[in-house]
Write a protein that binds this ligand. Structure first.
Ligand SMILES: NC(=O)c1ccc[n+]([C@@H]2O[C@H](COP(=O)([O-])OP(=O)(O)OC[C@H]3O[C@@H](n4cnc5c(N)ncnc54)[C@H](O)[C@@H]3O)[C@@H](O)[C@H]2O)c1
Length: 348
């Protein structure tokens, strides 16, 4: 099997590349090495930029420096591949406000190119959307505020909930557009396309920051002694999903090829609030990070727990890693790679 992973040097892309490499597949990571978060996180050493590239090379993954907006090069790279896993993206809502053109060209044009290359080569493709496409207003209006988290009845949300309820940012627009293009390629060309509406995902090789990747942001800051800023009450909830479970979902789609748009998260057993996640990190690391509360950000979805039964019925996939185990593994990865981060000098 030969797999092309766009965004292969990103967090999810790296995990998917390594997942397939472990299965003895030929793997090509296709990435333009944008890595916006590296210029926005105060604690990255320059060596962190090359971490995934070097990890992939060492593991025998072919890394191609390429842009998903360059359709001809993408088509060339995907020739003779059996499957495209499309994770290249501008993934942050904050960056989409600041640079809507980057968001549009990367997410919408880039994803269109990927779908069209898959159509031309007649191979299956899986792409990434986000649970943000549901929009914040309807879900936020259904919540009860408890001591450490928001709750909702029923707890889980499936694909039938109306979309784009409330503020629509450029990221909402580009990701929803991708979903519609995915559906159009399924309906018009019978192309096997899976579009995953992903919840908060986390795991090794994640250089999380305040824009994107909050579990890793909390874990890294706790270990290097940087304060953690929480936007809002910290009672926001997600059904966090560990990277190897996401990679297994990509593979489950390849093995079953049931096209569709699927909400993909860890479900009720994986629900955790920001406050609860910090408590868990403190317990595992025995560190007591400084917490700063700031006002919540426009468009923030205060709660998301996905009902993934549509995808489970289609493929048999279920998430395996619970937050206590996954967060401990993420912390081990951060500790093993502490030299990639700038440690704050201890207070005297
Ligand atoms: N991490 C999460 O919690 C989360 C949640 C919901 C959805 N998602 C979605 O999952 C996907 C992967 O997210 P991630 O967290 O791995 O992001 P990431 O930022 O770690 O990785 C994205 C990769 O894409 C590359 N890239 C950016 N523009 C490119 C271009 N024009 N051409 C080629 N490569 C390009 C970047 O260099 C980077 O390596 C994205 O579509 C994201 O929207 C992620």
């Amino acid at each position: 099997m030969r797999v092309l992973v766009t965004g292969g040097c990103g967090f999810l892309g790296t995990n998917i590349c390594l997942y397939y490499k472990n299965k003895d597949a030929d793997v090509i990571a296709y990435d333009n090495l944008t890595k916006h978060e590296f210029s926005r996180n105060p604690y990255m050493r320059p060596s962190a930029r090359n971490h995934t590239y070097e990890t992939l090379k060492k593991s025998g993954v072919d890394v191609l420096i390429g842009d998903v907006r360059d359709k001809n090069y993408l088509l060339e790279a995907a020739k003779n591949c059996d499957y495209i896993c499309h994770t290249a993206a501008q993934p942050a809502m904050t960056i989409s406000w600041e640079d809507p053109e980057l968001d549009f060209s990367t997410n919408t044009l880039g994803t269109f190119n990927v779908l069209d290359v898959a159509r031309k080569l007649d191979i299956p493709v899986a792409i990434c959307s986000t649970v943000h496409t549901y929009g914040p207003d309807l879900i936020n209006s259904q919540l009860k505020e408890e001591e450490t988290r928001y709750t909702r009845i029923p707890a889980s949300i499936n694909e039938e909930l109306p979309l784009l309820q409330g503020m629509v940012t450029p990221l909402h627009a580009s990701k929803r557009c991708n979903e519609i293009y995915a559906q159009s390629y399924i309906d018009t060309y019978s192309l096997p396309v899976s579009c995953f509406r992903l919840t908060g995902i986390y795991g090794p090789h994640q250089f999380g920051g305040e824009d994107h990747g909050w579990v890793a942001n909390f874990a890294i800051r706790s270990i290097i002694g940087e304060p953690i800023t929480i936007f809002g009450t910290g009672k926001q909830v997600r059904d966090i999903l560990y990277a190897s479970d996401v990679a297994a979902a990509f593979d489950a789609f390849y093995n079953n090829k049931k096209p569709g748009i699927y909400t993909l998260g860890g479900g009720e057993p994986n629900m955790i609030s920001l406050n609860e996640c910090i408590t868990l990190i403190k317990k595992i690391t025995a560190q007591n990070p400084e917490i700063i509360f700031d006002k919540d950000r426009p468009g923030d979805l205060r709660y998301f727990v996905g009902d993934h039964s549509k995808f489970t019925k289609a493929t048999g996939w279920t998430p395996k890693i619970r937050p206590s185990e996954g967060v401990a593994r993420l912390i081990s990865w951060v500790k093993e790679n502490e030299s990639l981060f700038i440690k704050r000098a201890p207070k005297v």
